[in-house]
Ligand binder design. Structure first.
Ligand code: NAD
Length: 338
């Protein structure tokens, strides 16, 4: 099938082109993000392949429909950037990659937590300047600390197990569907207020839905254990960044590591080192010594990219052959994050 691959970076081309040897699709790699300004590039392509910051809203779907596109293939699990009802109205199927290497995100979460707690990011900057002093680098051990895990699906389960079984943390969990495997190893499910008030470290692994939007806000920060660390590798809009800045300034929050940011679509996945950044909230976050930010790279492993490429191309083959779309996202779903 002819596929216009939007937001494609060199690593996407490598993984998709290499996996495509087994599928034989006609892939056209396009650098721009798919949005209302670029939808014209999809004209004549029966399928488009997109990522987390492409904007597949009603206007874009109307444009895709006019150009003859019948399939939107997401290279992600989440589909909160797609207007599913509009896609359905235009007869456009939406397929996704429901699961790929949860270890990629779980391992990165642990690496962010360790870096933040042991000041690795600051130490590396110092050593490069031949500054080998330790003042300001005093960390704390994870062993024996209490970690609250919100969302204990594929990724949250791995994080909870690593912290409980590997580091000897006390792990509290909250999920709308508690995970029996975690209960069996002594992980306690509790309410969000109780988890907040008892956790030294809060790590987010639930999807972005109307229920979880700004889960971390001024009110929850006020109820949380003073000095807690916040780790978010899930979705930016789970966190109200303004409230986090206030929490950092007042000391209510002891440190923050973010791989995702609510307004990341204008920033991440591109080199802006020669640009003026106009997002003052993001820039303020970067000024804190106890904040560590990465640009949505938790998924970014060789294993995950290969898995994403294979599933995406299989989804496209299924659509081309008229087979059942096992990874189709039906309309009228609650919006979900990547
Ligand atoms: P999953 O679907 O396996 O697990 C999500 C869990 O969240 C489920 O157990 C679900 O019951 C729970 N949940 C749903 N609504 C909830 C709510 N209101 N409160 C608490 N829990 C709730 O998903 P996963 O594969 O573990 O991924 C988790 C999240 O990680 C994704 O939603 C995505 O936002 C994020 N993610 C980030 C990256 C990255 O590169 N940073 C990559 C992949 C996924």
């Amino acid at each position: 099938m002819r596929v216009a691959v939007f937001s494609s970076k060199p690593y996407d081309r490598n993984s998709l082109a290499s996996a495509n040897a087994a599928f034989g699709h006609d892939l056209t790699f396009l650098e721009p993000r798919l949005d209302q300004a670029t939808v014209v590039l999809a004209a004549g392509y029966p399928a488009v392949c997109v990522f987390v910051n492409d904007q597949i809203d009603a206007a874009v779907l109307a444009g895709l429909s006019r150009g003859g596109t019948r399939l939107v293939a997401l290279r992600s699990a989440g589909f909160n950037n797609v207007d599913l009802d509009a896609a359905d109205a235009h007869g456009i199927d939406v397929v996704r990659v429901p699961a790929y290497s949860p270890w990629s995100v779980a391992e990165f979460t642990i690496s962010l937590l360790l870096s933040l707690e042991r000041r690795v990011h600051r130490a590396w900057a110092r050593v490069r300047e031949n500054d080998f002093s330790l003042d300001g680098l005093l960390g704390r051990e994870l062993h024996g600390r209490t970690v609250g895990v919100v969302g204990t699906g594929r990724i949250g389960e791995l994080v909870a197990k690593a912290l409980k079984l590997g580091f000897g943390c006390e792990v509290l969990a909250y999920d709308v569907h508690p995970n029996r495997r975690l209960q069996e190893i002594g992980i306690e499910y509790t309410s969000i207020p109780d988890l907040l008030s008892r956790s030294d470290i809060l790590t987010l692994h639930c999807p972005l839905t109307p229920d979880t939007h700004h889960l971390v806000n001024a009110d929850s920060i006020a109820r949380a254990k003073p000095g807690f660390l916040l780790i978010n590798t899930s979705r930016g809009a789970l966190v109200d960044a303004d409230a986090v800045i206030d929490g950092l300034k007042s000391g209510r929050i002891g440190g923050v590591a973010l791989d995702v940011y609510e307004q990341e679509a204008d920033l991440f996945f591109q080199n802006l080192s020669n640009e003026i950044i106009h997002d003052d909230v993001f820039q303020r976050l970067l000024t804190f010594p106890n904040v560590l930010v990465t640009g949505h790279q938790a998924f970014f492993t060789q294993e995950a990219l290969s898995s994403i490429a294979r599933t995406t191309l299989q989804n496209i083959s299924d659509a081309e052959a008229g087979r059942a779309l096992v990874n189709r996202v039906p309309p009228a779903q609650p919006r979900k994050a990547e």
